[in-house]
Design a binder for this molecule. Structure first.
Ligand code: CO
Ligand code: ZN
Length: 329
Protein backbone atom coordinates (compact mmCIF):
# COMPACT_ATOMS: atom_id res chain seq x y z
CA UNK A 1 0.00 0.00 0.00
CA UNK A 2 1.16 3.55 -0.74
CA UNK A 3 1.65 5.26 2.63
CA UNK A 4 1.00 8.76 1.36
CA UNK A 5 -2.21 7.70 -0.37
CA UNK A 6 -3.40 5.99 2.79
CA UNK A 7 -2.48 9.02 4.93
CA UNK A 8 -4.27 11.38 2.57
CA UNK A 9 -7.41 9.32 2.81
CA UNK A 10 -7.18 8.89 6.60
CA UNK A 11 -6.38 12.51 7.49
CA UNK A 12 -9.01 14.13 5.30
CA UNK A 13 -11.92 12.30 6.91
CA UNK A 14 -13.25 14.60 9.65
CA UNK A 15 -14.10 12.69 12.83
CA UNK A 16 -13.90 14.53 16.12
CA UNK A 17 -13.94 12.48 19.35
CA UNK A 18 -17.37 10.91 19.86
CA UNK A 19 -18.16 11.00 16.13
CA UNK A 20 -15.84 8.36 14.74
CA UNK A 21 -18.34 6.58 12.47
CA UNK A 22 -16.97 7.64 9.10
CA UNK A 23 -13.29 7.05 9.87
CA UNK A 24 -14.23 3.70 11.37
CA UNK A 25 -16.05 2.64 8.23
CA UNK A 26 -13.07 3.55 6.12
CA UNK A 27 -10.58 1.73 8.38
CA UNK A 28 -12.90 -1.28 8.45
CA UNK A 29 -12.99 -1.39 4.65
CA UNK A 30 -9.17 -1.30 4.58
CA UNK A 31 -8.57 -3.93 7.28
CA UNK A 32 -11.32 -6.55 7.09
CA UNK A 33 -9.59 -8.41 4.27
CA UNK A 34 -6.58 -9.03 6.52
CA UNK A 35 -8.22 -10.31 9.69
CA UNK A 36 -10.17 -13.30 10.96
CA UNK A 37 -12.76 -11.27 12.85
CA UNK A 38 -13.75 -7.60 12.94
CA UNK A 39 -16.22 -5.94 15.27
CA UNK A 40 -17.20 -2.74 17.00
CA UNK A 41 -17.67 -2.66 20.78
CA UNK A 42 -20.20 -0.66 22.79
CA UNK A 43 -17.92 2.38 23.04
CA UNK A 44 -17.40 2.34 19.27
CA UNK A 45 -13.85 0.98 19.15
CA UNK A 46 -13.08 -1.02 16.01
CA UNK A 47 -11.37 -4.32 16.80
CA UNK A 48 -9.62 -6.18 13.98
CA UNK A 49 -8.50 -9.57 15.23
CA UNK A 50 -6.03 -11.93 13.61
CA UNK A 51 -6.45 -15.05 15.64
CA UNK A 52 -3.56 -17.16 16.86
CA UNK A 53 -2.71 -19.63 19.64
CA UNK A 54 0.07 -17.63 21.27
CA UNK A 55 0.11 -14.57 23.49
CA UNK A 56 -2.69 -12.08 23.23
CA UNK A 57 -1.20 -8.86 21.91
CA UNK A 58 -3.19 -5.68 21.52
CA UNK A 59 -2.06 -2.80 19.34
CA UNK A 60 -4.08 0.39 19.77
CA UNK A 61 -4.25 3.57 17.72
CA UNK A 62 -6.89 6.20 18.37
CA UNK A 63 -8.88 7.29 15.34
CA UNK A 64 -10.56 10.39 16.78
CA UNK A 65 -9.17 13.89 16.32
CA UNK A 66 -9.48 17.15 18.21
CA UNK A 67 -12.04 19.74 17.14
CA UNK A 68 -14.74 22.06 18.37
CA UNK A 69 -18.35 21.56 19.43
CA UNK A 70 -21.14 24.07 18.99
CA UNK A 71 -22.49 25.34 22.32
CA UNK A 72 -24.78 28.13 21.09
CA UNK A 73 -25.50 30.46 18.19
CA UNK A 74 -25.94 34.18 18.83
CA UNK A 75 -28.66 36.42 17.42
CA UNK A 76 -26.47 37.52 14.55
CA UNK A 77 -25.67 33.95 13.51
CA UNK A 78 -22.19 33.65 15.00
CA UNK A 79 -21.44 30.15 16.29
CA UNK A 80 -20.15 29.80 19.84
CA UNK A 81 -18.14 26.72 20.70
CA UNK A 82 -16.21 24.67 23.21
CA UNK A 83 -13.14 22.50 22.73
CA UNK A 84 -13.17 18.75 22.11
CA UNK A 85 -9.66 17.75 23.16
CA UNK A 86 -6.66 20.00 23.68
CA UNK A 87 -6.99 23.16 21.60
CA UNK A 88 -4.31 25.82 21.71
CA UNK A 89 -6.38 29.00 21.56
CA UNK A 90 -3.37 31.03 20.45
CA UNK A 91 -3.35 29.25 17.12
CA UNK A 92 -7.05 29.34 16.38
CA UNK A 93 -7.83 32.82 15.13
CA UNK A 94 -8.68 33.14 11.42
CA UNK A 95 -8.43 29.39 10.88
CA UNK A 96 -11.02 27.65 8.75
CA UNK A 97 -13.08 24.83 10.22
CA UNK A 98 -15.35 22.33 8.54
CA UNK A 99 -18.51 20.70 9.94
CA UNK A 100 -19.53 17.16 9.04
CA UNK A 101 -22.29 18.40 6.73
CA UNK A 102 -19.77 20.43 4.73
CA UNK A 103 -20.54 23.81 6.32
CA UNK A 104 -17.35 25.82 6.63
CA UNK A 105 -16.53 28.77 8.82
CA UNK A 106 -13.76 31.06 9.98
CA UNK A 107 -12.79 31.40 13.63
CA UNK A 108 -12.97 35.03 14.66
CA UNK A 109 -11.95 36.74 17.88
CA UNK A 110 -13.53 39.48 19.93
CA UNK A 111 -11.55 42.67 20.46
CA UNK A 112 -10.42 41.80 23.99
CA UNK A 113 -9.36 38.23 23.19
CA UNK A 114 -5.64 38.89 23.12
CA UNK A 115 -4.82 40.31 26.51
CA UNK A 116 -3.50 36.89 27.50
CA UNK A 117 -3.85 33.55 25.83
CA UNK A 118 -7.38 33.99 24.46
CA UNK A 119 -10.15 32.20 26.33
CA UNK A 120 -12.35 30.08 24.08
CA UNK A 121 -15.28 32.25 25.20
CA UNK A 122 -13.64 35.16 23.37
CA UNK A 123 -13.73 33.29 20.06
CA UNK A 124 -16.57 32.42 17.69
CA UNK A 125 -17.04 30.86 14.24
CA UNK A 126 -18.33 32.94 11.36
CA UNK A 127 -20.13 30.71 8.87
CA UNK A 128 -21.37 33.65 6.83
CA UNK A 129 -24.91 33.51 8.21
CA UNK A 130 -26.89 36.73 8.65
CA UNK A 131 -29.08 35.61 11.51
CA UNK A 132 -29.52 32.92 14.13
CA UNK A 133 -32.21 31.28 11.96
CA UNK A 134 -30.03 31.07 8.88
CA UNK A 135 -27.12 29.77 10.99
CA UNK A 136 -29.35 27.10 12.55
CA UNK A 137 -30.16 25.86 9.06
CA UNK A 138 -26.47 24.96 8.75
CA UNK A 139 -25.32 23.92 12.22
CA UNK A 140 -26.95 22.82 15.46
CA UNK A 141 -25.83 22.73 19.02
CA UNK A 142 -23.69 19.64 19.52
CA UNK A 143 -22.33 19.61 15.96
CA UNK A 144 -18.58 19.21 15.78
CA UNK A 145 -16.05 20.62 13.34
CA UNK A 146 -12.36 20.15 12.66
CA UNK A 147 -9.62 22.20 11.06
CA UNK A 148 -9.17 22.23 7.35
CA UNK A 149 -5.67 21.12 6.46
CA UNK A 150 -4.83 19.44 3.21
CA UNK A 151 -2.45 16.46 3.18
CA UNK A 152 0.64 17.34 1.16
CA UNK A 153 4.05 15.79 0.64
CA UNK A 154 7.26 17.81 0.73
CA UNK A 155 10.27 15.58 0.13
CA UNK A 156 10.01 12.75 2.62
CA UNK A 157 7.78 14.79 4.96
CA UNK A 158 4.02 14.88 5.08
CA UNK A 159 2.01 17.87 6.31
CA UNK A 160 -1.66 17.54 7.20
CA UNK A 161 -4.37 18.00 9.76
CA UNK A 162 -5.03 14.95 11.98
CA UNK A 163 -1.69 13.16 11.61
CA UNK A 164 -2.52 12.81 15.33
CA UNK A 165 -3.48 10.05 15.07
CA UNK A 166 -4.28 8.93 11.55
CA UNK A 167 -0.53 8.36 11.21
CA UNK A 168 -0.91 5.75 13.98
CA UNK A 169 -3.96 4.28 12.22
CA UNK A 170 -1.94 4.03 8.99
CA UNK A 171 0.87 2.24 10.88
CA UNK A 172 -1.56 -0.37 12.21
CA UNK A 173 -3.32 -0.87 8.87
CA UNK A 174 -0.03 -1.32 7.01
CA UNK A 175 1.47 -3.64 9.62
CA UNK A 176 -1.68 -5.76 9.65
CA UNK A 177 -1.71 -5.98 5.86
CA UNK A 178 1.83 -7.41 5.94
CA UNK A 179 1.15 -10.29 8.32
CA UNK A 180 0.84 -13.59 6.52
CA UNK A 181 1.39 -16.03 9.36
CA UNK A 182 1.00 -15.40 13.08
CA UNK A 183 1.17 -17.45 16.24
CA UNK A 184 0.19 -14.62 18.55
CA UNK A 185 -3.47 -13.76 19.00
CA UNK A 186 -3.44 -10.28 17.53
CA UNK A 187 -5.89 -7.46 18.18
CA UNK A 188 -5.50 -4.27 16.17
CA UNK A 189 -7.75 -1.79 17.91
CA UNK A 190 -8.73 1.57 16.49
CA UNK A 191 -9.93 3.41 19.54
CA UNK A 192 -12.43 6.22 20.06
CA UNK A 193 -12.29 9.32 22.28
CA UNK A 194 -8.57 9.35 23.09
CA UNK A 195 -8.41 13.12 22.80
CA UNK A 196 -10.95 13.65 25.57
CA UNK A 197 -9.38 11.28 28.10
CA UNK A 198 -8.23 7.91 26.69
CA UNK A 199 -11.77 6.58 27.00
CA UNK A 200 -12.15 4.00 24.22
CA UNK A 201 -8.84 2.28 24.98
CA UNK A 202 -9.96 1.69 28.55
CA UNK A 203 -13.00 -0.42 27.66
CA UNK A 204 -11.27 -2.15 24.73
CA UNK A 205 -8.39 -3.31 26.93
CA UNK A 206 -10.81 -4.46 29.63
CA UNK A 207 -12.70 -6.63 27.14
CA UNK A 208 -9.67 -8.04 25.34
CA UNK A 209 -7.52 -8.71 28.46
CA UNK A 210 -4.26 -8.64 26.50
CA UNK A 211 -0.99 -10.14 27.76
CA UNK A 212 0.86 -7.24 26.17
CA UNK A 213 -0.34 -3.95 24.71
CA UNK A 214 1.31 -1.36 22.50
CA UNK A 215 -0.23 2.06 21.85
CA UNK A 216 0.77 3.74 18.60
CA UNK A 217 0.38 7.51 18.49
CA UNK A 218 2.31 10.67 17.65
CA UNK A 219 4.82 12.37 19.94
CA UNK A 220 6.26 15.88 20.12
CA UNK A 221 9.79 16.60 18.93
CA UNK A 222 12.57 18.73 20.37
CA UNK A 223 14.04 19.81 17.04
CA UNK A 224 12.37 23.13 16.16
CA UNK A 225 13.69 26.60 17.17
CA UNK A 226 13.30 27.08 20.93
CA UNK A 227 11.48 23.75 21.31
CA UNK A 228 11.19 22.39 24.83
CA UNK A 229 14.00 19.98 25.72
CA UNK A 230 13.22 16.60 24.20
CA UNK A 231 15.53 14.07 22.56
CA UNK A 232 13.10 12.98 19.82
CA UNK A 233 13.81 14.32 16.33
CA UNK A 234 11.71 14.11 13.19
CA UNK A 235 13.33 11.73 10.68
CA UNK A 236 15.44 9.82 13.23
CA UNK A 237 13.26 6.73 13.42
CA UNK A 238 10.38 5.18 15.32
CA UNK A 239 10.14 6.56 18.86
CA UNK A 240 10.10 3.90 21.57
CA UNK A 241 8.25 5.40 24.50
CA UNK A 242 9.84 5.34 27.92
CA UNK A 243 7.42 7.69 29.63
CA UNK A 244 4.83 10.37 29.12
CA UNK A 245 2.44 12.02 31.54
CA UNK A 246 0.08 9.05 31.47
CA UNK A 247 2.41 6.06 31.65
CA UNK A 248 5.83 4.68 32.51
CA UNK A 249 6.16 1.91 29.97
CA UNK A 250 6.79 -1.67 31.03
CA UNK A 251 10.53 -2.35 31.02
CA UNK A 252 10.25 -5.79 29.39
CA UNK A 253 8.06 -4.49 26.59
CA UNK A 254 10.42 -1.57 26.04
CA UNK A 255 13.45 -3.87 25.93
CA UNK A 256 11.65 -6.18 23.50
CA UNK A 257 10.96 -3.19 21.24
CA UNK A 258 14.58 -2.07 21.31
CA UNK A 259 15.89 -5.60 20.62
CA UNK A 260 13.40 -6.06 17.80
CA UNK A 261 14.41 -2.73 16.25
CA UNK A 262 18.12 -3.64 16.51
CA UNK A 263 17.67 -7.15 15.10
CA UNK A 264 15.81 -5.84 12.06
CA UNK A 265 17.90 -2.69 11.53
CA UNK A 266 14.94 -0.42 12.17
CA UNK A 267 16.03 3.13 13.09
CA UNK A 268 14.59 4.01 16.51
CA UNK A 269 14.97 6.63 19.22
CA UNK A 270 13.91 6.82 22.85
CA UNK A 271 11.01 9.02 23.86
CA UNK A 272 10.20 10.88 27.02
CA UNK A 273 7.31 13.27 26.47
CA UNK A 274 6.68 15.54 29.45
CA UNK A 275 3.44 16.94 28.04
CA UNK A 276 0.43 14.84 27.11
CA UNK A 277 -0.42 11.16 27.24
CA UNK A 278 -1.62 8.35 25.00
CA UNK A 279 -3.89 5.32 25.10
CA UNK A 280 -1.02 3.47 26.81
CA UNK A 281 -1.95 5.41 29.94
CA UNK A 282 -5.44 3.94 30.07
CA UNK A 283 -4.51 0.45 28.91
CA UNK A 284 -1.79 -0.23 31.50
CA UNK A 285 -4.20 0.49 34.35
CA UNK A 286 -6.93 -1.84 33.11
CA UNK A 287 -8.07 -4.75 35.32
CA UNK A 288 -5.05 -5.90 37.37
CA UNK A 289 -2.68 -4.03 35.03
CA UNK A 290 -1.38 -4.72 31.52
CA UNK A 291 2.25 -4.78 30.37
CA UNK A 292 2.17 -1.83 28.03
CA UNK A 293 4.54 -0.01 25.71
CA UNK A 294 4.27 2.81 23.22
CA UNK A 295 5.54 3.47 19.71
CA UNK A 296 5.30 7.03 18.42
CA UNK A 297 5.60 8.89 15.15
CA UNK A 298 7.71 12.02 15.83
CA UNK A 299 5.44 14.90 14.82
CA UNK A 300 5.83 18.69 14.79
CA UNK A 301 3.00 21.17 15.41
CA UNK A 302 0.69 18.59 17.00
CA UNK A 303 -2.96 19.69 17.38
CA UNK A 304 -2.70 22.22 14.56
CA UNK A 305 -4.02 22.08 10.96
CA UNK A 306 -0.44 21.58 9.77
CA UNK A 307 1.10 18.71 11.66
CA UNK A 308 4.33 17.47 10.10
CA UNK A 309 5.91 14.01 10.16
CA UNK A 310 8.48 12.02 8.22
CA UNK A 311 7.16 9.26 5.94
CA UNK A 312 10.35 7.30 6.70
CA UNK A 313 9.60 7.43 10.43
CA UNK A 314 6.07 6.20 9.73
CA UNK A 315 7.48 3.31 7.69
CA UNK A 316 9.93 2.49 10.49
CA UNK A 317 6.98 2.36 12.89
CA UNK A 318 5.21 -0.06 10.50
CA UNK A 319 8.32 -2.29 10.48
CA UNK A 320 8.54 -2.28 14.24
CA UNK A 321 4.83 -3.03 14.80
CA UNK A 322 4.93 -5.82 12.21
CA UNK A 323 8.00 -7.44 13.76
CA UNK A 324 6.57 -7.17 17.27
CA UNK A 325 3.31 -8.74 16.09
CA UNK A 326 5.04 -11.81 14.66
CA UNK A 327 7.74 -12.08 17.37
CA UNK A 328 7.81 -14.80 20.01
CA UNK A 329 6.80 -13.20 23.33
CO1 CO B 1 -3.81 14.41 20.21
ZN1 ZN C 1 -2.93 11.31 19.64
Amino acid sequence: MDTLKLLTKLTQINCVSGNEKEIKEYIKSETEKYCSEIYTDAMGNLVARKQGDGKKIMFAAHMDEIGIIVTDIDDKGFVLFAAVGGLNTRNLVNLRVCFSNGTEGVIGAREDAFKDKPALSKLYIDIGADSRESALALVSIGDTATFKGECIQRGDKVISKALDNRAGCAVLIEALSRIEKNDNDLYFVFTVQEEVGLRGAKTAAFAIEPDVAVAVDVTDTGDTPDAPIMAVKMGKGAAVKIMDRSVICDAEVRTKMIETARNHNIPYQLEIMTDGGTDAGAIHLTRAGVKTGGISVPTRYIHSPSEMASIKDIENCVDLVYNLAVAVW
